[in-house]
Structures are given as structure tokens and as C-alpha cells.
Design a binder for this molecule. Structure first.
Ligand code: ADP
Length: 266
């Protein structure tokens, strides 16, 4: 769980933002963005003020996941300075690299360009007071990760992985990078996504399509907390595509699962 900002000395604090949680994955496609979106709406439902910085330059998904892909952040003047106002959806403030590029452009961005855009979204934005800023990092371990963890006092990082061996191997690299002496960001733990599948007509059966307990075992091996497993659920995928995160389905099993995982994170 989130400690009292052990990392506060590193990077520049963003005034008004209490906790910055980075969401990382070794591989793409494991559900990092889905988890970020659902953690955010769950925290907002718990009464926290929440923002998402979508730093996934290779595939920014927050505009679609929050149904704001046709919106653009507007400029506001704060203390005589012009600032970007995050777009708000379901009580979550969002800035995404996707608001400024077309999908075909994003992939050719060079490191320095992407870093500059991210810096503006962090420091030249009117985030207001936030209890939590979640950062959806690009998959893998690259320059963007380095510049973000160096620029900001990250409270902690959450690593998302499926239980599959190839995903776990990359997740392990990610965790090792964050825990390395040079970077030294607290790892809050590992979330296992796509942990199992339960068909509607067989509610008592769990099928471990990507293997069983892989992320849980990895967490144990690395000595970091296991933050819970999220099953493969059609409505989680559909909700992402419709632009209304699944955790907002009141009194559903999915809502309950995200509640539990979120409580483990914070
Ligand atoms: P990443 O950010 O790691 O690239 P995404 O969050 O974009 O991954 O997820 C990849 C795809 O898998 C998306 O289509 C998403 O809707 C789907 N998905 C993610 N998690 C789940 C889940 N638990 N159940 C069903 N579909 C999921």
C-alpha cells in the first residue's frame, strides 16, 4: 500500500498532487490501460480526486476508454500563466498524448519530443488538487520510463501482467528496473490480469487460459506484494471499447473485483 511518499526528494513535486502512482507492464496488450482506467474510476467512487496522465505514446487509450476522443484540453490562465486544463470524464481528469496526435503520428515520436510533451502535460497543466495521479506508462522499460521517474516524485509503481510466461519474464524486467539502485521507485505490487475465465453457464468453473498463479508466484519470488487477480470478462473488454470503464457497473461482480484490487493498491 501507499506509504508516506518515501520518494518525495526525487524529482519535482507537482503542487497539489498528493500521490503519483505509475502503472507499468513488461509487454503490451496485457491490460495495463484497462487496469489504469478502472483503478481511476474506483478511486473516484471512493471519494478521492483523481487524474490520469496517459503517457503511453505508442498507443494512448484513455481518450477511447473514457469516451472523450473528440475532446481537446482547453487553455486556461492560472496565476498569469497559460495552462492546459485536463479533460474530465466520470470524475477523472485526463491528459493524454492522444489528444495531441493522430494514431499514426504517435509511433514516430522521438524520445525528446515525447518527453517534452509529457513535461508540458505534467507541469504546464491545471490539475488542481489531486489525491491520486495515475500514470499509464508505455509498455516495457525505456527512455520515457526513465524521464518520468526522474522528473517526478513517484509514490510507487504497480506492475500489470498476465500469468503467461512471456509476459511474466518482461514484468520481471520491469520490476527489476524500478527496484534498481539507479531508479529506486517503490514497487507497490503486481496485479495479475486475465487471471482466469469463467463461462456464464458454468459459474463455478475457472479456466486458467494463460496459466495459473504466474503473477502471484512472481510477486513472491521478487518479494513484492501481490495485489490481486482480475479475470477475463467480456464486459471489461466491451466497457473499454464503449468508453465507460467496467468498474462503474454498480453492484456487479466486476465492480467488486476492482474495488478489492484498488483497496490493495492504496
Ligand atoms: P495494454 O494497455 O497493456 O496494452 P489494454 O488495456 O489496451 O492493454 O488491453 C488490451 C485488450 O484486452 C483490450 O481490448 C482490453 O479491452 C482487453 N482486456 C484487458 N483486460 C481485460 C480483461 N480482464 N477481460 C477482458 N478483456 C480485457
Amino acid at each position: 500500500a501507499v506509504a508516506e511518499n518515501p520518494n518525495q526528494i526525487k524529482g519535482k513535486a507537482i503542487p497539489g498532487i498528493k500521490n503519483i502512482i505509475a502503472v507499468a507492464s513488461g509487454k503490451g496488450g496485457v491490460g495495463k490501460s484497462t487496469v489504469t482506467a478502472n483503478l481511476a474510476v474506483t478511486l473516484a467512487k471512493m471519494g478521492f480526486s483523481v487524474g490520469i496522465l496517459d503517457a503511453d505514446i505508442y498507443g494512448p487509450s484513455m481518450p477511447i476508454m473514457f469516451d472523450v476522443e473528440n475532446e481537446k484540453p482547453v487553455s486556461v490562465v492560472v496565476d498569469g500563466k497559460s495552462k492546459m486544463k485536463p479533460v474530465e470524464s466520470y470524475e477523472v481528469k485526463i491528459l493524454s498524448i492522444g489528444f495531441f496526435t493522430s494514431p499514426s503520428q504517435a509511433v514516430i515520436w522521438r524520445g525528446p519530443m515525447a518527453s517534452k510533451a509529457l513535461n508540458q502535460m505534467i507541469f504546464d497543466a491545471d490539475w488542481g488538487e489531486l489525491d491520486f495521479m495515475l500514470i499509464d506508462l508505455p509498455p516495457g522499460t525505456g527512455d520515457i520510463h526513465l524521464s518520468i521517474v526522474q522528473a517526478l516524485p513517484i509514490t510507487g509503481v504497480v506492475v500489470v501482467s498476465t500469468p503467461q510466461a512471456v509476459a511474466l519474464a518482461d514484468a520481471k524486467k520491469g520490476v527489476s528496473m524500478f527496484m534498481s539502485e539507479a531508479i529506486n521507485v517503490p514497487v507497490l505490487g503486481i496485479i495479475e490480469n486475465m487471471a482466469y475465465f469463467t463461462p456464464e453457464e458454468l459459474p463455478d468453473n475457472k479456466y486458467y487460459l494463460f496459466g495459473k498463479d504466474g503473477a502471484k508466484n512472481l510477486a513472491e519470488d521478487l518479494g513484492v506484494p501481490f495485489l490481486g487477480g482480475i479475470p477475463i470478462v467480456q464486459s471489461i473488454r466491451e466497457a473499454g471499447d464503449y468508453g465507460r470503464p467496467a468498474a462503474m457497473q454498480t453492484a456487479s461482480a466486476v465492480e467488486h473485483i476492482f474495488d478489492e484490487v484498488t483497496r490493495n493498491v492504496v
